[in-house]
Write a protein that binds this ligand. Structure first.
Ligand SMILES: [Fe+2]
Length: 367
């Protein structure tokens, strides 16, 4: 992409692109977004220019395009100079509120049969040079990935998780090993009971982005895991139950986690949407929902909407069922998929932990 022509107007610089598009960038915006070494630290990419302490004189002395460096230069009458790359200008061509792209390439699935190219790979591939890209892309596309052939040890599982980023700390600790025989379990996850479809961390402001689980030892019957694409339910509700969808986008539902000396609580709508109306986070845990009350009519409408979501999430035809076994490491997007578990008898030992959402997004941008 190159610039065909520029035109200095009172309100800003009009740039005409080779694809025949054009955009007028305000003068103050150009100065504030300068990428010159003085204005933007070349290593940290942190803004150095002080755009606000003194009122700057935005009179222009000269504006020119330098094809060699693919940049636009502005010389101001106060002798300072701004420099902006074609790529920055092009990426900012259309005014748009900041967006995250982590969910943009999602291929939603209503039933397991709609999962194209099953998201699995070998441990060896993941730990190799290009493996992380495949791993991330599977999660971005389908919402989960299964790594086969992993050594059934906590060390190997932790190394697998750290291939992406550091493991997040939470009320349950960081990377953890647990079994279903704890004397005083502080969550149903650490028991043999069944658990309904849910997302983790509805009681924290920043729910875990990814969750990884690996069963290290299994001498049990039952305990299958189910995964459900919450994004697919959101789109179905948007299309078929639009009033209910809107309610679930707007009602802040409290989640809580209580144990001695701890009382976590956070509030979020079941569907969090961005400025474009795209669903960027699904939060649902009926077990952890805290008491709350709306006006009676609103409450009744909320219950109706919540019930629709609940019943769709519990529809077995929407659930991908998977048995955690030694050697198979499951990682899923906790902002998109719901997970559930059947009850089990016998013994099993698991390990795993969480990753932050921003670290998942960071790696997606960086690869
Ligand atoms: Fe969970």
């Amino acid at each position: 992409m190159f610039i065909k022509a520029i035109d200095s107007l009172d309100e800003g610089l009009n740039v005409f692109w080779s694809d025949n598009s054009s955009s007028c960038y305000p003068w103050f915006w150009l100065r504030d977004h300068s990428e010159s070494e003085e204005d933007l630290h070349p290593d940290t990419k942190q803004r150095q220019i002080d755009s606000f302490s003194k009122s700057v004189n935005n009179n222009i002395s000269k504006v020119w395009v330098d094809e060699a460096s693919e940049s636009v230069y502005v010389k101001w009458t106060d002798q300072s100079q701004s420099c902006l790359s074609f790529s920055l200008l092009k990426s900012m061509e259309n005014p748009n509120l900041p967006q995250s792209n982590a969910i943009k390439l999602a291929k939603i699935w209503n039933t397991p049969s709609e999962i194209n190219m099953f998201p699995e790979m070998s441990f060896e591939e993941l730990m190799g040079d290009e493996g992380i890209k495949t791993w991330l892309t599977h999660i971005q596309r389908i919402g989960f990935v299964i790594v086969n052939g992993a050594p059934a040890t906590s060390d190997a599982t932790e190394a697998l998780m750290e291939r992406m980023a550091y493991v997040r700390n939470s009320i349950f600790g960081g990377f953890s090993v647990w079994d279903n025989k704890l004397e005083n379990p502080d969550d149903t996850a650490f028991t043999s009971l069944s658990i309904e479809p849910h997302t983790d961390g509805t009681y924290v402001h920043d729910a875990p982005g990814l969750q990884t689980l690996h069963c290290l030892k299994r001498d049990s019957i039952g305990g299958e895991n189910q995964l459900i694409d919450g994004l697919a339910i959101a789109e179905k509700m948007r299309n078929e139950y639009s009033d209910a969808f809107n309610i679930l986008c707007n009602v802040n539902i409290p989640g809580r986690y209580i144990k001695p000396d701890t009382y976590l609580e956070a509030h979020r709508p079941l569907f969090r949407v961005n400025d474009n109306g795209d669903v960027i986070q699904v939060s649902f845990n009926n077990h952890d929902r805290a008491p709350f009350r709306l006006e009676n009519e609103q409450m009744a409408n909320f219950y109706d909407a919540y019930k629709i979501f609940h019943n769709l999430a519990n529809d077995r035809s929407r659930q991908f069922e998977f048995m955690l076994e030694p050697g198979k490491v499951l990682t899923f997007d906790n902002w998109r998929l719901l997970h559930a578990r059947s009850s089990l008898t016998g013994y099993r030992q698991l390990c795993g932990g969480y990753h932050n959402r921003e670290d998942f997004e960071s790696k997606l941008r960086a690869i």
